[in-house]
Ligand binder design. Structure first.
Ligand SMILES: N[C@@H](CCC(=O)N[C@@H](CS)C(=O)NCC(=O)O)C(=O)O
Length: 213
């Protein structure tokens, strides 16, 4: 057990799944606390003291610093446990992993979130995360669906030329992409049958132990 770290997770949500997969890939054993998003525990006074952004994942460090985003959590874990490298091994690979991670967050995860948060009745008044309440905009859900289709095309094209999203090794960009594709599937948004590279890659990532945690 990695002493004095606390990982704030929610087993059913996509964003903390990214951090959870990374923790598993790096074979770290971290005390995990579940935050019940369904019952709005993220908005409780107690959790606000940990993360005023009211989101998971969050990671509390031994000096009581709380990392409140996948970006900082990934950076930190790579520094304290460089092996296996998940953010790239050399300048070019590091740059491409960062680039693809940003593409997938912007064109994949955000597009899916647009659909979820602007169409599900349970997300009424919760169209954006955080302490403030925002109304749904149904048009954003329609646009999000279109964007997800384009995201699958982008990913399939990329994977036709490389083994993994960031290049030759399994990386943080694959985790982000995998979580996005699985999350889209939950909404019944699935890649086209013809997108073979995406299908083969998805099968190989699904077989990793970190994918089932
Ligand atoms: N950019 C953040 C996004 C985190 C995020 O949006 N988390 C969602 C779960 S997937 C959340 O905490 N939602 C709380 C809510 O819906 O109020 C990250 O990746 O760390």
């Amino acid at each position: 057990m990695m002493e004095q770290h606390v990982f704030y997770d929610c087993a059913t949500a996509p964003s903390p799944r990214r951090a959870r997969m990374l923790i598993a890939e790096k074979r770290l054993d971290i005390l995990t606390v579940q935050v019940d998003l369904r019952n709005r525990e993220q908005l409780s006074d107690e959790f606000r003291k940990i993360n005023p952004r009211c989101t998971v994942p969050a990671l509390k460090l031994p000096d009581d610093t709380v990392l409140r985003d996948n970006a900082s959590i990934a950076r930190y874990l790579e520094e304290i446990r460089p092996d296996p490298p998940m953010l790239g091994r050399d300048p070019v690979e590091k740059a491409l992993v960062a680039e693809w991670n940003a593409i997938i967050e912007g064109e994949g995860l955000l597009a899916i979130a647009e659909v979820v948060r602007n169409s599900l009745p349970g997300m009424k008044g919760r169209a954006l995360t955080g302490p403030k309440s925002y109304a749904q905009i149904p048009e954003l859900a329609d646009r999000g669906r279109e964007r997800v289709t384009h995201f699958f095309e982008t990913l399939d094209k990329r994977l036709a030329g490389t083994l993994y999203v960031g290049g030759e090794i399994f990386s943080w960009a694959d985790i982000t992409a995998f979580v996005a594709v699985e999350f889209a599937g939950w909404l019944k948004l699935v890649p086209d049958e013809s997108q073979h590279s995406l299908r083969i890659w998805r099968e190989s990532v699904s077989a990793r132990p970190s994918a089932s945690g």
